[in-house]
Design a protein around this ligand. Structure first.
Ligand code: HEM
Length: 587
């Protein structure tokens, strides 16, 4: 890179000889290198250096990047490279007496050559030699997960994209360099079930340093933490929780009755109910969204935070980097700030009633590793609200969409639960009657089958020895995801798969062709711990509402935009659904 007219590069040759005789040994060798540098460069060493740098790029790919996980080291890697550039420039300038500009240019050439080697090796490996090379999928997806993200930029509708890709490429689709989407019924148990050797993918690390029951990838830590949660979800606790949900369902009915049968935004109001319920049962105090407007910003804040980075879900290394940028991830940061305030308030206030936070606080008080457990307390408090509110709210939206669309379902439900209420003398289903409410349970399952609130599945990594699913070998270290919404609507699993048929869950079991593929609450060791609670909530709510109201679409609403417009931010974000609840005329 040093040109023949470069004066500074030539001058040191005179000094070099003097210095060499003065210092002998090392000094002499250094000066020889210094003095010969311009000659060497003139002798076309530039291309040799560039080739060496490119070779180093290839080696770093094959020796480092291709092995193990590096998604959490993104910041360190960036800083390492960024600091290497000025160091290289300085070394050339100071020790080899290459002029500053020339050193900088030379460093840039080395950096570009290194990057070319690194990325070239990566692209060739992923495109030609990767163990997943035989799996079909979009051409560009094999080179980078960024292509998958790119496909989501416009609509953030991953669940729809997966359906399209499976229609086009078949049951196994390569969606990224080391990623497969597997739309096969048997995969549910093999990948997610309790005997599976698959483990949680790097995606679960994206909330670090915040850690919670859902995100932890450490099996032992998960087991221990799950024990803390288990206490909060015992059958006795659930009965006590229902006592506190009933007033919220009643309050919802009061508020909606005030619309006098006019249209209201059910999506918003179901969220107020579900968030209030999780505030009450999770943190010990309702958020009071049903009563007043003060806190109604919370669901939007939470969703905005999830939407921020939703398209980058397939690229787990990107989130820790983005989270460190001051203008990114404001939503999640504000939301955790809000939750933490609630935790402190609850801690100060104490409580004589049971709530989930009470169990988390008790574990924290006993802890001997307060620093580490502080992150668990924050993370799990947030998880309780996030995991339990939007999921339940969107499930209610889907259920009431079907009830408005098929009014005969409303009558069928009433015919079932009214006699049960009359016999028990209660205004909500008695625990012993839950199993008898087969149609009610069928309606809930059917809505969840067709519209799982976590629609694109839960990514897992195959064990080192790989695994075989329906005769297809999947190499170890592959990130596998089961596209639950696609599978839930697949004729391979269900007869009349896209139709709403609650009877398939009790009187028509032959319509479900495969056992054990329903996984809307997850299955196996990481399955939803709040499943029973959320079912209590949903049943209580449906019974209360249908006892008092008839359900219709609001004028001008047919539910189509609602169904078409849902966005996939890991948890689904449903658009507005306008309904009209009309008070029943009871004789
Ligand atoms: C319709 C409502 C709900 C649905 C569809 C649902 C779905 C799920 C799913 C699919 C998972 C596993 C995700 C994965 O493997 O990555 C999960 C985990 C979890 N859910 Fe739910 N959930 C619902 C309601 C609730 C409620 C009410 C709570 C109460 C706090 C809750 C708390 C949790 C927790 C703590 C986990 C982590 C469990 C673990 O990793 O051991 N969920 N949920």
């Amino acid at each position: 890179m040093v040109g023949p007219c470069d004066r500074r590069a030539r001058e040191p040759r005179v000094d070099a000889r003097k210095a060499a005789s003065a210092h002998g040994g090392f000094g002499r060798r250094l000066q020889v290198v210094r003095s010969s540098w311009p000659l060497l460069t003139r002798a076309k060493t530039n291309s040799t250096q560039a080739a060496l740098a490119a070779g180093a790029g290839v080696v770093s790919h094959l020796a480092y990047f291709i092995r193990g996980e590096h998604h959490n080291n993104g910041i360190t890697i960036i800083f390492f490279y960024l600091s290497l550039l000025p160091c290289l420039t300085f070394l050339q300038y100071h020790y080899l007496q290459v002029p500053l500009i020339t050193s900088a240019v030379q460093t840039a050439v080395l950096a570009v050559s290194y990057a070319a080697g690194l990325y070239g090796s990566m692209l060739v490996y992923r495109g030609v030699f990767h163990p997943l090379r035989k799996f079909p999928g979009p051409f560009w997806a094999r080179f980078s997960n960024l292509y998958h993200s790119w496909l989501l930029v416009e609509k953030s509708d991953n669940y729809r994209l997966m359906t399209k890709l499976h229609e086009q490429y078949g049951d196994f689709v390569r969606t990224g360099p080391a990623n497969l989407s597997v739309n096969v019924p048997e995969a549910v148990q093999l990948v997610l079930g309790s005997k599976s050797k698959c483990y949680k993918s790097p995606w679960y690390d994206t909330s670090l340093p915040l850690v919670n029951l859902h995100s932890t990838r450490d099996i032992k830590a998960h087991e221990l933490r799950r024990k803390v949660f288990n206490k909060a979800f015992s059958p006795a606790a659930l009965v006590a929780y229902e006592e506190r949900i009933t007033p919220l369902s009643n309050l919802f009915c009061e508020k909606v009755a005030a619309f006098n049968g006019a249209a209201f935004n059910a999506t918003h109001w179901f969220k107020y109910f579900a968030f209030d319920a999780m505030g009450e049962l999770g943190l010990g105090e309702s958020f009071h969204m049903l009563e007043k407007e003060d806190n109604r910003w919370i669901p939007a804040l939470l969703m905005a935070g999830m939407a921020d980075i939703a398209q980058l879900q397939p690229v787990p290394w990107s989130t820790p980097i983005l989270h460190r940028l001051p203008f990114m991830a404001k939503g999640p940061k504000d939301f955790i700030g809000f939750v933490w305030q609630q935790v402190l308030k609850r801690k100060e206030r104490g409580s004589d009633r049971q709530d989930i936070l009470g169990f988390l606080l008790a574990a924290y008080e006993k802890s001997e590793k307060k620093n580490a457990d502080y992150q668990w307390l924050r993370g799990d408090s947030r998880l309780t609200i996030v995991g339990g509110s939007d999921t339940t709210a969107s499930t209610l939206c889907f259920i009431f969409y079907y009830l408005a669309k098929y009014p005969e379902q409303v009558q069928k439900l009433r015919d079932e639960f009214m006699p049960l209420l009359a016999a028990s003398g209660k205004d909500h289903l008695d625990t012993k009657d839950v199993a008898k409410a087969v149609h009610l349970n069928g309606v809930i399952h059917e809505a969840l089958r067709l519209n799982p609130p976590i629609p694109s599945g839960y990514p897992r990594v195959t064990p080192p020895e790989g695994m075989t699913i329906r005769g297809t070998y999947i190499p170890g270290g592959t990130t596998v995801v089961i596209p639950l919404r696609t599978l839930g609507r697949s004729e391979a699993c269900y007869e009349r798969a896209t139709e709403f048929v609650p009877e398939r869950w009790y009187s028509r079991p032959e319509m479900n062709k495969h056992k054990d593929t329903f996984a809307s609450f997850g299955i196996g060791p990481y399955a939803c711990i709040g499943k029973a609670l959320s079912l209590v909530e949903i049943r209580n709510f449906i019974v209360k509402v249908l006892t008092r109201f008839d359900v219709e679409f609001a004028p001008g609403e047919d539910g189509e935009a609602f169904m078409e417009g849902a966005k996939d931010h890991f948890i689904i974000e449903v658009p507005d659904l306008k309904l009209a609840f009309k008070e029943r005329k009871l004789l």
